[in-house]
Design a protein around this ligand. Structure first.
Ligand code: UGA
Length: 454
């Protein structure tokens, strides 16, 4: 099928690469000329494992451009996958979605097309996008846009760092529209994934035993709500284990064992029960906030979701409290942060706990040193205002540190020579913000190990 994708961020580019790999003819559009130039040269503007390889393998089915004129008129499906960053009040800023919808309306030629919302937009946005496309079409063409297009929702559930795997081998595909024709077209588009009939790329092997992928084909509003309800549930699962972790610490229980013990009940499940500093990233914070805001438009409150947000906020404070408890005085102390990205295998810093923690420590008068195996360069570009010392190696972070905090559980950090690291520190205190290190081993090197819970 002929597909155009507006936006070459994590979602757009991953979707584009996967659909092209499956054999569809894909055009990716981005107004940022630098990004498009980079993609033309075979590089990617984001760090995502195997994306460069998949883009190269799908090259013959992929085009990149900056304007709508060559990409919109021909397309059967047009995906909107632009950013919806949080506004200062927490609600998603929809200006890029609006401009994409207007751009589609201006350029499409009147033959039937499905406009697919892939960006996470507030519930009800399908109708809003439809009205913008229609308005723009009528303004530019001077005639009515009767039944020539339809709007569908196709939420994504990919995780950064494993985005391609999640897209090619999803747990389910959700499509939502209020007309049968759009649902049929989306079904045809995703058929190779639903039936798992494509040849798996060698670097992204198909999980053993994966059969057909379930399809949820529903109405627009349900598809939109599924996305929010899923992210909020995952967020509250994490906050739940972090809340239990606080009690575990008081009663002397091991939160890792508790998580395993409850997670093996298949009704609960072991995943997303990893306790620690809590969630970051561009999705959970924004989506839980938007869900609460949407509910309030209907005079509803969502106390469970609100509590999950509050617990997540507290987890970050606990890092500072724990350091204060150990060091007694924070002013003038040197604290090293290992990890800046909001999770391993990405260079994404949005809503990363590391940023919040670094700010809090700087405000308290600490000298803060930071390192990240991948996100350091991006951090230097995006957080010039944050008065911290960027280090090229974890060893430099450890030099004369009063404490080290593991903020992002990169594999690289788990494998460090902690004995050598400890020898460089002023005092051997390690706060493991992800409960990811081996406390017994660290103890052998004279390190005072602190977990975040338990
Ligand atoms: C999340 C969802 O997992 C995806 O399904 C969804 O598509 C995506 O948001 C989105 O809406 O775009 P992502 O934000 O990439 O994906 O990352 P996750 O792997 O979900 O991790 C989010 C945060 O939770 C990270 O900071 C991670 O460290 C933290 N986390 C995760 C925990 O603290 N404990 C866990 O057990 C799992």
């Amino acid at each position: 099928m002929k597909v155009s994708i507006i936006g070459t961020g994590y979602v757009g580019l991953t979707t584009g690469a996967c659909l092209a790999y499956l054999g569809h003819k894909v055009t990716c559009i981005d107004s940022d000329e630098k990004k498009i130039a980079l993609l033309h040269s075979g590089k990617t503007p984001i760090y995502e494992p195997f994306l460069t390889e998949l883009l190269a393998d799908a090259k013959s089915n992929l085009q990149f451009c900056t304007g709508y004129a060559s990409a919109v008129p021909d397309a059967e499906l047009i995906f909107i996958a632009v950013g919806t960053p949080p506004s200062p009040d927490g609600s998603p800023d929809l200006r890029y979605v609006s401009s994409a919808a207007r751009g589609i309306g201006e350029h499409y030629d009147g033959s039937f097309v499905v406009v697919v919302n892939k960006s996470t937009v507030p519930i009800g946005s399908g109708n809003w996008v439809g009205s913008l496309v229609r308005e723009s079409y009528e303004q530019h063409r001077g005639r009515k846009a009767n039944q020539q297009f339809s709007v569908a929702s196709n939420p994504e559930f990919l995780r950064e760092g494993t985005a391609l795997h999640d897209s090619l081998y999803p747990d389910r595909v959700v499509i939502g529209a209020d007309d049968a024709r759009s649902l049929e077209m989306l079904y045809t588009l995703y058929r190779p994934i639903l039936d798992q009939t494509f040849a798996a790329p060698p670097y992204l092997p198909r999980p053993e035993g994966l059969g057909a992928v379930p399809l949820i084909s529903t109405d627009l509003a349900s598809a939109e709500l599924i996305k929010y309800a899923a992210n909020a549930f995952l967020a509250l699962k994490i906050s739940y284990i972090n809340e239990v972790g606080q009690l575990a610490e008081k009663v002397g229980a091991d939160i890792q064992q508790v998580a395993k013990g409850i997670g093996l009940d298949v009704r609960i499940g072991t995943r997303f029960l990893q306790s620690g500093i809590g969630w970051g990233g561009s999705c959970f914070g924004k989506d839980t906030s938007a869900l609460v805001a949407t509910a309030s438009e209907y005079n509803l409150t969502m106390p469970i979701v609100e509590a999950a947000r509050e617990i997540n906020r507290r987890q970050r404070e606990r890092v500072v409290e724990k350091l204060l408890g150990e060091l007694k005085i924070l002013k003038g102390r040197t604290i090293g942060l290992l990890g800046l990205a909001f999770k391993p295998n990405t260079d994404d810093l949005r809503e990363s706990p590391a940023i919040d923690i670094a700010r809090k420590l700087v405000e308290r008068g600490c000298k803060v040193k930071v390192h990240d195996p991948v996100a350091l360069e991006r951090f230097q570009e995006e957080y010039r205002d944050l008065a911290v010392i960027c280090c090229e190696t974890p060893e430099q972070v450890a030099d004369d540190a009063d404490a080290l905090v593991l903020v992002t559980e990169w594999q690289h950090y788990r494998e460090l020579d902690w004995e050598a690291l400890a020898a460089r520190m002023r005092s051997r205190i390690v706060l493991d913000g992800r409960n990811a290190l081996d406390r017994v081993k660290l103890g052998r090197f004279g390190i005072r190990y602190l977990g975040i819970a338990g």
